[in-house]
Design a protein around this ligand. Structure first.
Ligand code: F0G
Length: 403
């Protein structure tokens, strides 16, 4: 059993109320379980396959889930990058290995299942790309229509391709993500579509399983979990999950929640650095990591609490640092991620260099989306393939000249 509770004033709402903000104070809502009634043991969990649904006792879904087999993503030991940074226990959880290539699938399997549970017949979101790709796929799986709003010209090619091919109604807004989110919110409130951005409390329930899986795969709680931050939903979700595990007695200590933003889009980092109670929105966010090109993160309040309560931190990285780490992950570790995802590992590099990270920490970086999401940014960084005549001497001479 669960109820919805305001994250600020704790006003409670019934589980089947379609509501995204507290009617008393306007803040976001979170799912609150009766943890005393949860009787699952860790060993029972461990007998199930690694997936979002391993943890179903801590999820709100009671209908048969709308699923594409999400979660169960690999946790890689970053041996070469770790050696270079002097971090022997550096890991990457590759969320790009989810069905549509990003962690959003964890949220959408739960969010779209809840749409069905709540008897909603259409869904919508605003997106920097990945949420729209994921929503389109899960809506197709559920057999219901989806509407997605994208910031025109600022969404990576692979993500638009996915949203279109999965049959969503795709609209490009002449404005940024923050404006698209305001618009879709209004559309949902006035026209009854079910909103599946991270203001939706159920979507974040799915995303918290990233932390559950990382802990299970590592066999212990990492000292630090590092995530790229855009709308700040994911870092808040992983923290919420850890709090639940702690309350259940499954967690001996909390990981330090650490958020990384791009320098041109860093309201959470500023708030942490300057000790602000709330973030000041960035009116013109800009970064090559378009997934996290967000100036007014709607989950910032929760993210600031997660970072502060766990003794974590927030750091910014430049576009050059992001792209350099994208190449390093690809070429030194064989791990292909999109730019926003590389921000988490680039952030760790910076935190090591400025002495904020202890070298024997066990660190899990969440790399959030697949390399193929944004092929244009990849192609811009790499030399074109050399075109040669179709004979062996040309091949050998090309190999010699490029070696
Ligand atoms: N990494 C990737 C690849 C993302 O797509 C996003 C968010 C984030 C990190 C940041 O996560 O917003 O929970 O802090 N993408 C959203 C979208 C906004 O529309 O796809 P967050």
């Amino acid at each position: 059993m669960f109820r919805l509770v305001c994250v600020r004033c704790a006003k409670a709402y019934p589980p089947d109320e379609i509501i995204y903000h507290c009617t008393r104070c306007g803040h976001l809502l979170a799912v609150e379980y009766d943890l005393d009634a949860v009787t699952i043991t860790r060993s029972a969990w461990e007998k199930r396959p690694l997936s979002v649904w391993r943890y179903r006792e801590l999820l709100p879904v009671s209908v048969s889930p709308v699923t594409l087999n999400e979660g169960g993503t690999p946790l890689y030991h970053l041996t070469r990058i770790g050696e270079e940074l002097g971090l022997p226990f550096l890991y990457a959880k590759h969320e790009g290995m989810n069905p549509t290539g990003s962690f959003k699938d964890r949220g959408m399997t739960v969010g779209v299942s809840m749409a069905i549970q709540l008897k909603k017949s259409s869904v919508a979101c605003a997106s920097t790309g990945n949420t729209s790709a994921s929503l389109a796929a899960y809506a197709a799986r559920a057999g219901i229509p989806a509407v997605v709003l994208l910031p025109a010209g600022k969404v990576a090619l692979g993500k638009v391709a996915q949203a279109l091919m999965h049959g969503a109604k795709v609209l490009s807004i002449r404005g940024n993500f923050d404006r698209a989110l305001e618009m879709v919110h209004e559309l949902c409130l006035t026209h009854g579509l079910y909103l599946l951005n991270s203001v939706n409390p159920f979507r974040l329930e799915g995303q918290k399983t990233i932390g559950f899986e990382a802990i299970d795969q590592l066999g212990e709680v990492p000292d630090r979990i590092v995530l790229p931050v855009g709308n700040a939903g994911n870092i808040s979700a992983v923290y919420k999950g850890c709090v639940e595990l702690e309350k259940l007695g499954f967690l001996e200590r909390m990981p330090m929640m650490t958020g990384i933003q791009a320098e041109g889009s860093m309201p959470v980092v500023r708030a942490i650095r300057e000790g602000l109670a709330e973030v000041e929105p960035e009116p013109h966010p800009e970064t090559v990591a378009t997934a996290i090109r967000i100036g007014a993160p709607v989950n910032a309040e929760k993210a600031l609490a997660a970072i502060r309560k766990t003794g974590g931190t927030a750091e910014s990285v430049t576009d050059d640092e992001i792209l350099a780490m994208q190449r390093m992950l690809a070429q030194n570790e064989g791990i292909g991620v999109e730019p926003a995802s590389a921000a988490s590992v680039a952030g760790v590099k910076k935190l090591v260099e400025n002495g904020s990270i202890d070298k024997d920490e066990k660190i899990v970086c969440v790399v959030t989306g697949h390399l193929l999401k944004d092929p244009e940014t990849v192609i811009r960084q790499c030399a074109s393939p050399l075109e040669i005549d179709a004979d062996l001497p040309s091949l050998l001479s090309a190999l010699q000249s490029s070696s």
